[in-house]
Design a protein around this ligand. Structure first.
Ligand code: URA
Length: 433
């Protein structure tokens, strides 16, 4: 077997065998196959596609490239959720405590953000001291004692995906359904929750730009989950505009805490209830959607979800005073208001553009080495379909950078104000069980 023949085979639209795909993955990880050949291979896959078998083989090879984590010592049906990446997506910080407060272990290994999408670990880092570098023993202990744990993904899990993802990121081969689903599901399957709900984002701020692709991606990931006996469901959600009102690390954590206090923005709250309902059904603590919804509501009205978040922060060495005193969070000192230049309805607030503006203010990374400004970001006052009067506040930009004229101009360019949209925005576009 040699790499040249495999690239040629995929280039010419032929199906690859399990052995050929393993050969590529193992050879790239051990350094015997160079970047340029894997880059050519990825472009051939991107253009000519993998079928379901090839997608399974790639996922298997990613999982086999590293360690798997056995969570069988955690009592009960453990659940996890995964978002395919969006702007302002703080659902994990809201959902985790809600689900754990219902008695279901919520176990999550998270990553950092890259580009315009944020990562849960970066967000939580705005709470001083919060520690995600925890051992597997602690992970299991916290899951059993508190019911919720968030840790960083260890380097030993799916190292092949790490190398492939970095290469895809620089060779314009990220948004391919087989490559995305193998990448996401290999990490989920190697780290062991019993049930997974996927939040597949669609829209300007997401990898998937249309609902058909989002559906196909969801079905593919569900099939991968089923192959490994993990109950997997998907919610396809709207990423045309940011989720909620806050984009940026501290700003998003504060919004998540407010949501746990019952003051969350409508779209975020609805999405958390839909995903949370599925997680409770998978965990078999509720039999119907209504029952699950009621249990989740109770965690907000009784304050038990907020208490759960506090327990997690204490257990993972974070400063718990932050939860009740938002002035402790880092918030950037330069504040710029964006005011409506005319009256009318907000017609569009492009999520990708707002993600990139927030990134340019210091909230996101350009490269993995970039140091984040945890207090930077965008706080929206209005969302699509809201009415604004001329001069009314649409958003506030936070940054520690001195020169942000470009970001301000860009924001004015992307806010479209005009007639009311004929069809109102919906947050949940489809559910796949
Ligand atoms: N997230 C991942 O982990 N992998 C992808 O390929 C896309 C999003």
């Amino acid at each position: 077997m040699n790499m040249y023949d495999i690239i040629e085979k995929k280039r010419d639209f032929h199906k690859l065998s399990k052995e050929e795909i393993e050969y590529v993955v193992n050879g790239y990880v051990d350094g015997s196959i160079p970047d340029y050949q894997v880059a050519a291979f990825l472009m051939a896959v991107f253009l000519n596609k993998f079928d379901i078998d090839e997608t399974f083989y790639l996922t298997d090879a990613f999982i086999d490239s590293g360690h798997t984590i056995d969570l069988s010592e955690i009592k009960g049906i453990k659940v996890d959720k995964h978002s395919t990446g969006g702007v302002g997506d703080k659902t994990t910080l809201v959902l985790g405590p809600m689900v754990a407060a219902c008695g279901v272990p919520f176990v999550k290994m998270s990553g950092r953000g890259l580009g315009h999408t944020g990562g849960t670990l970066d967000k939580l880092e705005s709470i001083k001291g919060f520690d995600f570098e925890i051992s597997i023993e602690e992970f299991i202990k916290n899951a059993n004692e508190i019911g919720m744990v968030i840790a960083s993904q260890t380097g030993d899990v799916t190292p092949a995906d790490k190398k492939f993802y970095a290469l895809r990121d620089t060779t314009a081969t990220v948004d391919n359904l087989s490559l995305i689903s193998s990448s996401i599901m290999s990490k989920k399957l190697a780290t062991g929750a019993d049930g997974i709900v996927l939040d597949v984002k669609v829209g300007s701020g997401a990898f998937m730009k249309n609902i058909e692709d989002a559906e196909e991606l969801s079905h593919l990931m569900i099939k991968l989950g089923e192959k490994y006996n993990r109950e997997t469901m998907a919610v396809i959600s709207n990423m045309e505009q940011p989720l909620g009102l806050a984009v940026g690390n501290s700003l998003e954590v504060i919004e998540a805490i407010e949501t746990l206090r019952g003051n969350g923005p409508e779209d975020l709250v609805e999405l958390c209830y839909r995903i949370g309902t599925k997680l409770l059904l998978i965990a078999k603590v509720a039999k119907t959607d209504e029952e699950a919804h009621k249990m989740l509501e109770e965690t907000i009205s009784s304050g038990s979800a907020l208490e759960k978040l506090k327990e997690v922060v204490v257990e993972q060495k974070g400063d718990v005073r932050y939860i009740d005193d938002y002035t402790l969070f880092p918030i950037s000192k330069n504040v710029h208001e964006i005011k409506a230049k005319e009256s009318g309805y907000i017609k569009s607030l492009n999520a990708l553009a707002i993600g990139k503006i927030s990134q340019s203010l210091g909230a996101g990374r350009e490269t993995m080495e970039t140091e984040l400004d945890l207090g930077a970001g965008v706080l929206l006052n209005k969302k699509i379909d809201d009415y604004v009067e001329k001069g009314e506040l649409i958003a506030t930009l936070y940054t520690n950078k001195e020169d942000v004229n470009e970001a301000i101009e860009h924001f004015y360019e992307i806010v479209e104000i005009g007639e009311k949209n004929p069809v109102p925005q919906k947050i949940v576009l489809k559910e796949i069980d």
